[in-house]
Design a binder for this molecule. Structure first.
Ligand SMILES: Cc1cc2nc3c(=O)[nH]c(=O)nc-3n(C[C@H](O)[C@H](O)[C@H](O)COP(=O)(O)OP(=O)(O)OC[C@H]3O[C@@H](n4cnc5c(N)ncnc54)[C@H](O)[C@@H]3O)c2cc1C
Length: 457
């Protein structure tokens, strides 16, 4: 295995993950580092950062997929950007193993490491789940979900078998947290807009189901707002099952803990996240939930004390919540924290490299939450201020339109929204994105035209 050694004159700061935390840490480091002081290297399997709060709107067809991602290379000039996955971390010897599609894995050494690999869906061993369900953590999933939902509607419009048609038009969403409610509500809104284009279908043919294990939805908002969300979804005709579990979805046959059974062609899993499992292949200290343990100054800490040269925050770290709000005393995994932890981490990392001993403690009191639930619909809670409907929807768009990194993306997102409001939402599904060569292969294998004798003069 090749080992890429760093130029001994310049320490390397290696950032594992170019998501929300990784991108903003790298930007802060690049702007504050002195000339030649260090090399900043960012490793991510994708050449872009995904603005995950926009995934439901991408799935709902309100934002173009490319506009909800931020290209790393273009926005990290001066950094080394490696498109690949960190497969393991050896902090004692200070190197990582990186895997790239189709290439031999290689080792990369470093002086300082920033763990910013985020989280992955937290699944359960439910029969059929791994085979039949899809999550909503990646831009590719949002694109596929949009096309799948619209594609099933197009196919169902021509189906004569009632059971097949019902299955095609039944969509099950598991998980009633923020991401789950936004995904369900945006896709239901999209589906209703799409159905209006078919003479053979009505809104009553659609069935959207929310399955939530707890007795309420959206722990991020107060009880009254959460109750309103459930009432609002039910008014839209969505079946909301609280205190209910998905027990089985083998072959897309749904079995719920309340005894109900039915078929559904779409199963979306949004039941929470867990720290990125790459951390398990490291010698860094993890808590019982697989998160890197850090101090409030974002230095990694084991039972023996600070682990020199290692830093972490965001979804893959157990960051103490000094405001006292976080469950179990830790910050919840959200973008609000990640984007604010990033400058603190960059500042402290530079202070450590420069031999300083004063570090800033991360402190943030939650601003609240804003969620979009389809066009002109939303819910929000900022401290004791609660909004519902159009106002909350405007707050959601205003906040996230402002929060997506880079001016370029803000302009594109607002342009998307403006165009959609004027021209209407585009509900055309794209077909065969997962098999783009299909038409070409069929053409190559098609029968030649029969030879004809040239006509005699
Ligand atoms: C649908 C949805 C809606 C959301 N809405 C909100 C919201 O409204 N408000 C809010 O505050 N938060 C929201 N969140 C949560 C928020 O997006 C995350 O908390 C935030 O992105 C965490 O930032 P991060 O940098 O820790 O992780 P991420 O942004 O997930 O970045 C992790 C990065 O690590 C990369 N990576 C993964 N594995 C490897 C590897 N082996 N090697 C190298 N790189 C790797 C990934 O490709 C990714 O780019 C939402 C999340 C989802 C899924």
């Amino acid at each position: 295995m090749a080992l890429i050694r760093n130029n001994a004159l310049r320490p390397r700061i290696l950032i594992v993950g170019g998501g929300y935390l990784g991108l903003v840490v790298a930007q802060n480091l690049l702007s504050d580092l002195g000339r030649g002081e260090a090399t900043v290297t960012v490793v991510d399997p994708n050449p872009y950062m995904t603005y995950q709060p926009f995934l439901p709107e991408v799935a709902g067809g309100n934002i173009e997929a490319r506009h909800a991602v931020v290209p790393l290379r273009r926005n990290l000039r001066g950094a080394e950007v490696i498109t690949g996955s960190v497969a393991s971390i050896n902090h004692e010897k200070k190197f990582v193993v990186i895997e790239q599609d189709g290439d031999e894995p290689f080792e990369l050494d470093y002086d300082q490491i920033v763990l910013a690999a985020g989280s992955v869906p937290r699944t359960l061993p439910i029969p059929g789940l791994a085979e039949e369900a899809i999550g909503l953590k990646r831009i590719e999933e949002a694109v596929a979900l949009r096309d799948h939902v619209l594609g099933r509607i197009a196919e169902a419009s021509l189906m004569e078998d009632d059971a097949e048609r019902r299955k095609a038009l039944t969509y099950v969403f598991v998980g009633g947290g923020f991401a789950g409610i936004e995904s369900l509500a945006e896709l239901e809104d999209l589906a209703r807009a799409a159905v209006a284009q078919y003479d053979t279908l009505t809104e009553a043919d659609l069935r959207f189901v929310l399955v939530e294990a707890m007795g309420r939805v959206m722990p991020e908002v107060g009880e009254a707002q959460a109750r309103w969300v459930v009432d609002h979804l039910r008014e839209r005709g969505i079946d909301v099952y609280l205190e209910t579990f998905l027990q089985d979805c083998t072959d897309k046959h749904i079995k719920l803990s309340n005894g109900e059974e039915f078929d559904a062609d779409t199963i979306v899993w949004n039941a929470g996240v867990k720290a990125n499992p790459v951390l398990v292949d490291s010698d860094l200290p993890l808590d019982e939930r697989g998160r890197v343990t850090v101090r409030a100054d974002l230095r990694v800490e084991s039972e023996e004390g600070v682990v020199e040269g290692a830093w972490a925050a965001g979804d893959n770290a157990a960051v103490p919540d000094l405001s006292g709000e976080g469950p179990g005393g830790f910050c919840v995994p959200n973008a609000q924290h990640a984007v604010r932890q990033a400058p603190v981490l960059a500042k402290n990392l530079l202070a450590a490299m420069r031999g300083e001993s004063e570090f800033t403690q991360y402190f943030h009191k939650s601003l609240g939450a804003v969620a979009g639930m389809g066009l002109y619909k939303g819910v929000s809670q900022m401290g004791s201020f609660e909004a519902r409907g159009v106002l909350a929807w405007l707050m959601h768009r205003g906040y996230h339109g402002y929060a997506i990194p880079t001016l370029d993306r803000k302009v594109r997102v607002f342009a998307n929204w403006g165009l959609n409001l004027v021209l209407g939402r585009d509900v055309t599904p794209l077909k065969d994105l997962d098999v783009p060569r299909k038409a070409f292969v069929e053409a190559a294998h098609s029968k030649p035209a029969p030879k004809k004798e040239p006509a005699k003069a």
